[in-house]
Every structure is written in C-alpha cells, then in structure tokens.
Design a binder for this molecule. Structure first.
Ligand code: ZN
Length: 93
C-alpha cells in the first residue's frame, strides 16, 4: 500500500486515514504526500529513520515508543496536502 517500505499495516492505515481526512484521495497525490511526508519526517527525526533502515523496524512503531506526538505528524500531513493542492491549482492556469 502506497509503496511504503517497513511500515506495518496499522501505521499504513493511520497514514492513509490522515491523508484522507486532510482531503486528499487522488492516488497520484497520495504518492506525493507519502514522499513529502517521509522527507519531512526524515529531516525532523533522522535517528528514527536511520534505525528504521538499519533494523527494518516500522518507523511509526518506533516513533510511538520514543516521542509520541501524533498532532505534529497530522499537522505536517495537512500542510503537505495544502501545498500540493496549491501547486496543482497554480499549474492549471
Ligand atoms: Zn507500525
């Protein structure tokens, strides 16, 4: 689902629900949100992502164990969806 590597089913579902709640349902846009959200997460939590790659653990599960604040992630997803929409509407004209 969505091309995630090493993300458990539960966290893939949490991500897809969050993206849908932000108003994004187009598969191409969801793929863009996923890439941008992961880039944002990697910049903010590089050690978690490093651990995720070296151990093959779910980055969402690791995050929950360490520094759990879902609001931050939901806010980032909302901001990313808004930016993708703004880019899409400016490229139509
Ligand atoms: Zn997980």
């Amino acid at each position: 689902m969505f091309g995630f590597v090493h993300i458990c089913q539960r966290h893939q579902q949490i991500f897809s629900d969050a993206v849908a709640r932000a108003g994004c349902t187009d598969p191409d846009d969801i793929a863009k949100v996923r890439a941008k959200a992961f880039a944002w997460f990697s910049a903010k939590y590089p050690m978690l992502v490093l651990e995720h790659y070296s151990n093959g653990t779910c980055v969402g599960c690791t995050y929950e164990k360490t520094n759990f604040d879902r609001t931050l992630i939901y806010d980032a997803i909302h901001a990313i969806v808004a930016r993708i929409r703004a880019e899409a509407s400016s490229s139509i004209s």
